[in-house]
Write a protein that binds this ligand. Structure first.
Ligand code: GLU
Length: 473
């Protein structure tokens, strides 16, 4: 291990930014404007917990205003600090550009461990945080739109939208002040699974390119690939479940904070989640063996390693020992900036966070559009399409003299529901973005990793927005 001080998370993002910036040919001033965090709001507020007041530390950072509103989740964790929120906000800017979601990047966080609070106390904290954001004009459908992140979910988003619409009574687009809401409270179907599903589409797309598979010595196709998942939260569990159900991939190990488990023949994620709910742990899951240390899972031989929890899990202490062929960054910033080259030199392909976990914000965008249109997707065309398909099937039957079976008829004549449209929009987004990044990598001979290519693709899009704004003529 070297004695050099490891970069902070924000420094890691900046390191990767600088590495890519030299390939863009963009003016220095413009790059500087893109790189910095525009607004950093640091707050302290008191909340009465039991009989005493706790003064909580919280943040909202808006990294870039080149597109409005700004967008990004809110994290509840005892690790939250200004550097982390700034890094995450910056990643949101690049992420949105990569998947053509027309937002600037932002992120928020409260430095608490949600496990230490009751739901009532969490509600109080969330509502107070929202009130602080409203007071400073740091939230609103056209200003800044939060969403879930590590330690938060639909429940917290429901408290936020309720606080917002109460304080901003009569604002017709109020529901669009936050995304990731429960479906029955102006949310959208498919948002909860979106980040994990996007991770699956991204991995699947990588394995669909024969040349790229050949380069790392694997057969094309996601089916049968061995996957290790670190972190079984929202992102890790959906990525695992969907890879298993729809991709026929094999999850050979799972790691969580209580430990890690391994099975060469594969772990059923649905059953594992049920087991963990009942026993409070993944350890001892039938048919698997416990690994002595939860970090050991990262070092296993596998086709795909999916870090799906927090930043900086692959760092100077373990980078040399990673044996995966592909690292799929479901989490934000799981690889420390100073060890990236070690992994690349080993020939490991890194599917970068700013692309791979963009499914969440993509479906957040769909939710925001749904809220602004005040109508569910599919309402206008579902029946029309279904009637058209019915007519086509009837015509084919008439012309051939044969009858279509009832199961096939249902399949052929169905009009798309909201969930179908959300999934298809997400798949289209992930496939298109991957191919854009891949093209940049192929076109620029001296770029040999996907993160740099993703950054270049993203920076060029952001730069052209600035040019449209007339700020950097
Ligand atoms: N927190 C998620 C992320 O890191 C989602 C953000 C959003 O939906 O706005 O991408």
């Amino acid at each position: 291990m070297s004695n050099k001080k490891a970069p902070t998370f924000f420094e890691s993002v900046q390191l990767n930014f600088d590495k890519a910036a030299v390939h863009t040919g963009l003016p220095k001033g413009l790059l500087e404007q893109i790189k910095v965090c525009n607004s950093v709001y640091q707050m302290r507020f008191p909340v009465k917990i039991g009989n005493e007041y706790q003064v909580l530390e919280a943040y909202r950072v808006q990294h870039s205003h080149h597109r409005m509103p700004t967008k990004g989740g809110i994290r509840y964790s005892s690790m939250v600090n200004q550097d982390e929120v700034m890094a995450l906000a910056a990643l949101m800017t690049y992420k949105c550009a990569i998947v053509d979601v027309p937002f600037g990047g932002a992120k928020g966080g409260i430095r608490i461990s949600p496990r230490n609070y009751t739901p009532k106390q969490l509600e109080k904290i969330t509502r107070r945080y929202t009130a602080e954001l409203i007071r400073k004009n740091f939230i609103g459908p056209g200003i800044d739109v939060p969403a879930p992140d590590y330690g938060t979910g639909a429940r917290e988003m429901a408290w936020i939208v309720d606080t917002y619409t109460t304080m901003k009574h009569g604002e017709i687009d109020g529901a669009a002040c936050v995304t990731g809401k429960p479906v029955n409270q102006s949310g959208i179907r498919g948002r909860e699974e979106a980040t994990g599903r996007g991770v699956y589409y991204g991995i699947k797309e990588f394995f669909s390119h024969k040349d790229d598979c050949k380069a790392i010595g694997v057969t094309p196709g996601i089916a049968g690939k061995s996957i290790v998942i670190q972190g079984l939260g929202n992102v890790g569990s959906f990525a695992g479940k969907i890879s298993q159900h729809e991709g026929d991939a094999k999850i050979i190990a799972v790691s969580e904070y209580e430990g890690a488990i391994y099975s060469e023949s594969g772990i059923d994620i649905d059953k594992l989640l049920k087991f963990r709910k009942e026993t409070g742990s993944i350890l001892g899951f039938p048919g698997t063996k416990n690994l002595p240390n939860n970090n050991d899972a990262l070092l296993l031989e596998c086709d795909v390693l999916v870090p799906a929890a927090l930043e900086n899990v692959i760092n100077a202490s373990n980078a040399n020992k990673i044996k995966a062929k592909v690292i799929a960054e479901a989490a934000n910033g799981p690889i420390s900036g100073d060890v990236e080259d070690i992994l690349l030199k080993k020939g490991i392909v890194i599917l970068p966070d700013m692309y791979l976990n963009a499914g969440g914000v993509t479906v957040s965008y769909f939710e925001w559009l749904k809220n602004l249109s005040h109508m569910r997707f599919g309402r206008m065309e579902k029946r029309f399409n279904s009637n058209t398909y019915e007519n086509l099937v009837a015509l084919v039957e008439e012309m051939t003299g044969k009858t279509v079976g009832s199961a096939e008829r249902i399949f052929l004549t169905r009009g798309a529901d909201e969930i179908d449209l959300v999934r298809s929009g997400l798949e289209e987004t992930m496939v298109t973005a991957y191919n854009q990044i891949r093209e940049v990598k192929k076109r620029k001979r001296n770029i040999n990793d996907l993160r740099t290519a993703a950054f270049v693709s993203s920076l060029n899009k952001i730069a052209s927005d600035y040019l449209t704004l007339g700020i950097f003529p």
